[in-house]
Structure formats: C-alpha cells, structure tokens
Write a protein that binds this ligand. Structure first.
Ligand code: AMP
Length: 387
C-alpha cells in the first residue's frame, strides 16, 4: 500500500481549491466543488468572470504577478487550472505553497506544440507528420519534408484555429508565417479526416485512472460546434484512442483531467491532434449524461479522492451557443426549454461577441443521432427573438 504523506493525503470537503483562470470551465468546476462542500478561489486578469461569479473569492491579477500568485496559493489547499496558458513561473511559485495539479511540467508541455509533439513522438504515440519552425530558414526544408496541403500552426497561445494558416499548392509560406507574426510554429501535414474524436482522461494522485469517451466532435470555423457520445467508431479505433490517452497521462505522471483530441483519418489511423490539460468543451455533455461529470472528476482527481464512475447513462449530444446566436436579439430560451430532453447551460457572460462561447445545450436521446437531432432542433428554435 502507498503510505499516506502530506503530498498524497486527500484534500477533503471544507478545504479550499484555487483555480487559475476565470472562464466557463472554472465556473462548472466551481459548481461541482461547491456542491461537494469545498470553497473555491479563482485568480484571473478579469473582473466578474464566469468562475468568479460562482467562487467564494475572485482575485483580480495578472498570471505574471508572482507576488499575487504566491499570496493566492498560500490561501488554498490545492491549485488547479481551467486555462493552460499560465506561465511556468506562476505554476512554480504556486507549487511552493500548495500542491499544483496537474503539474507545471504537464502544463509546459501541453501549452507548446513543439514540446507537445516531441513528447508524443518520444513516447511512441501517433501524430500527423510535422516539422518545427523556429526561423524563416526552416520553412523550405520543412515543406520539402511535409508537403502540401499542410497547416502552419503557431506553437503557443493558439486555440480554436487561431494562429493557423493553411498552405495550399500556391500559398507563399514565408508570407503565411509572417501573417501569423513569425512565431515558433509547427508545419503539420493536412490529414484526410474521416472524423474527430476526443477522450477525456482522469488520473488520480495514486495513478488510478478513468476516462470519458471517445466523444465525436464536429467543428465549424475551427470552433467546436457539436459533440456526441458515444462516438460512431469501430471498437479497435476507440481502443487505440483510449490506450493513447492513458499512455499520455502515465507519461506525464498526470494528476487531474486531460483531454486528448484525435484525428481519425480515412485510412483508419488514429492520430493525436492536441492535448488540453483541463476539462474540455467536448466533455460538457458529461454534466448531464454521465454518472460523474468531468468537473466532479477533476475535483476528485486533484483532491486525492476515489474517481467517480464515468458511465454514460444515455446517448447524448452537446451544441455550443456562440455569441452569434444573439445576432437577432435575445435568444428564444422558452422555445428550447420546451423540449423535455434539453438542458440549457449559460456561462454568465454579458457581451455576446461573435465566436465567443456563451453557453451550450445538451440533449439526451435514444441514440447519439437522436440526441444530436434534438439538440440541433432546440438550438434552431432559439433563433426567433423572445421579445
Ligand atoms: P487545432 O487548433 O489544431 O485543434 O485545429 C483546429 C481544427 O482545424 C481541428 O479540429 C481540425 O478540424 C482542423 N485541423 C487542424 N489541423 C489539421 C490537419 N493537420 N489536418 C486536417 N485538419 C486539421
């Protein structure tokens, strides 16, 4: 039996969890944590954040303000993230005062595409062919190796397709790289996609693990649009994705929740696209459709509690509500809520900008296709103004 030490002793209800980041992932985490009797503090460079509206304490500070991050960590029993682009120095200073889960090392790898892909290759895990770009002179040899079409992706601070440029037969690669601001980047082969899936893994302090998925994801304009579970996927491919997720988490000695996004190619390959070291948009349906949500699972994992059952109780689908849904005025909430299978989640954001994630709908159905049909019909019904 593993001896219980200060590093492995469970953090029990009544304790205080510190969340770095203030978005909707932290909000739904805070809801789960408060339900279980924890206190939640959040730190982010914004006021009245989705997480802050639920937390016991909202600290307004830059992640670079090491003094503020230190004070924040002193006031909590464990630190976690809902946003991966926290500087390594902030995670390191927090770790001097409280366990940081997942670790700063996991965060550093997952927040930088060159480090991430290098880690995956070193662990024998499948990724699309890629080459690192650190300077203009790297572009031609990289193109010779990877070919076209390919995608140039900024190594850091990219999400939802931001910081990416597709290189087709005639695209000027140097111009494309300059248009991204000449960042460190990867040049990645454009893969012939059959579908995209994700597996959301949870790994505890004792190395115990559990997973949700595979979940099937459809993107629109590079932003997740609809997720369904279970994914419509051959069992051997699902098994490969699950195994790869476990290998990533074991390789990182990870504690917490990590989402692995995969490409499934038409040729039947399962390739890792990227890692998200936190709960993930594709896992939002777990809140309504699984015995334990991804947020409660994050809480259990970082607190050293037994992981909950991830069982999918019924096929489910989730549709994102972006700010665009507000383009004709206030969405017709009543029309969507008339569906008995629909759950509405809103994140407390007051400015519905185009492309901004404002909320989501979840539906449960007799099959994943049925749930998908319902959730899309409910989202469609929002279109008419309720005024
Ligand atoms: P990412 O930010 O890397 O997750 O990319 C956003 C979306 O762009 C992905 O979910 C895919 O739909 C698409 N995409 C990114 N990289 C590739 C690729 N190498 N081949 C095909 N589609 C891609």
């Amino acid at each position: 039996m593993t001896p219980i030490t200060a590093a492995t002793a469970p953090v029990l209800p009544g304790a205080t969890i510190g969340v770095l980041g203030g978005g909707q992932l932290g909000r739904m985490f805070a809801m789960a944590a408060r339900r279980l009797g924890y206190r939640v503090h959040t730190l982010s460079p914004d006021h009245d954040t989705p997480t802050g509206q639920i937390a016991d304490l909202e600290v307004f500070a830059s992640y670079d303000d090491i003094g503020k991050v230190r004070d924040f960590a002193r006031g909590v029993d464990v630190v976690t993230f809902e946003f991966e682009n926290v500087p390594a120095a902030a995670a390191a200073v927090a770790a001097e005062h409280a366990p940081v889960r997942p670790s700063g090392r996991a965060l550093e790898i997952a927040q930088h595409r060159i480090r991430e892909k290098t880690f995956l290759v070193q662990h024998g895990l499948p990724v699309a062919p890629f080459a690192p770009i650190r300077q203009a002179a790297d572009l031609d040899p990289a193109l010779a190796m990877i070919g076209r079409p390919s995608v140039l992706k900024a190594a850091a601070l990219g999400y939802d397709g931001k910081g990416q440029a597709r290189l087709d037969a005639t695209t000027d690669a140097l111009e494309a790289w300059r248009s991204l601001g000449e960042p460190e980047a990867v040049l990645e082969q454009f893969v012939d996609l059959d579908r995209e899936i994700s597996v959301i893994g949870a790994r505890g302090v004792d190395g115990g693990w559990s997973y949700f998925g595979p979940i099937e994801n459809v993107h629109r304009n590079h932003i997740l649009d609809v997720s369904t579970a279970p994914a419509d996927l051959a069992a051997p491919l699902a098994a490969q994705a699950i195994e790869a997720t476990k290998a990533v988490m074991d390789g990182l000695e990870y504690v917490g929740i990590l989402c692995v996004e995969f490409f499934v190619t038409r040729g039947g390959q399962v390739l890792i696209n990227e890692l998200a070291p936190r709960p993930h948009n594709s896992g939002h349906l777990t809140s309504d459709a699984c015995r334990t949500s991804q947020f409660e699972q994050q809480l259990r994992a970082i607190c050293g509690l037994p992981l909950g059952s991830p069982e999918l109780l019924q096929p489910a689908a989730m549709a994102n509500l972006l700010g665009d849904v507000w383009s004709q005025g206030t969405p017709n909430w009543a029309a969507a809520l008339r569906y008995p299978e629909i759950k509405l989640h809103l994140y407390g954001k007051s400015q519905p900008r185009s492309g901004r994630k404002m909320g989501h709908l979840t539906a449960m159905g007799a099959s994943a296709a049925d749930a998908r049909r319902l959730v899309l019909a409910a989202r469609e019904a929002l279109g008419g103004s309720s005024r």
